[in-house]
Design a binder for this molecule. Sequence first.
Ligand SMILES: [Zn+2]
Length: 141
Amino acid sequence: MKSLKFKGCPLCSKQEYPIIFSNDFLRILLINNQNYPGYCRVDLIDHIKEMSDLNKKSQNKLMKTIFLIEKIIKVYINPDKINLASLGNITPHLHWHIIPRHFKDNHFPNSIWSTKKRNSTKEFSKEEELQFIEHVREKLS
Ligand SMILES: [Zn+2]
């Protein structure tokens, strides 16, 4: 499959976050510079804007991975809630945020992109980050 790329798109460019898994269809990243340990993002490799632009098979393949990551986060992180979000208003390239949420996190009960409500800091140490990445890779294999 020839990959569709869009010049100037941050998702079509080199990624700054650790890549947990990648193939020619999607990649799973750990968004590790947030106060949300275990926050993952699933990017479609091709520069496609809407879920309905994908055929049924690809829609199912993508959602299956997202639900699998949600489940892995649920068990490993044990958050109070998990947010699934696909916005793409700024970057119209299909990607899903899978965000573990805690009652005491900086934005709860609002979205993580809303105004901060408190100042809690909670980050993975480098070692916890590597353990999490290893764990997700194991579960995916
Ligand atoms: Zn793109």
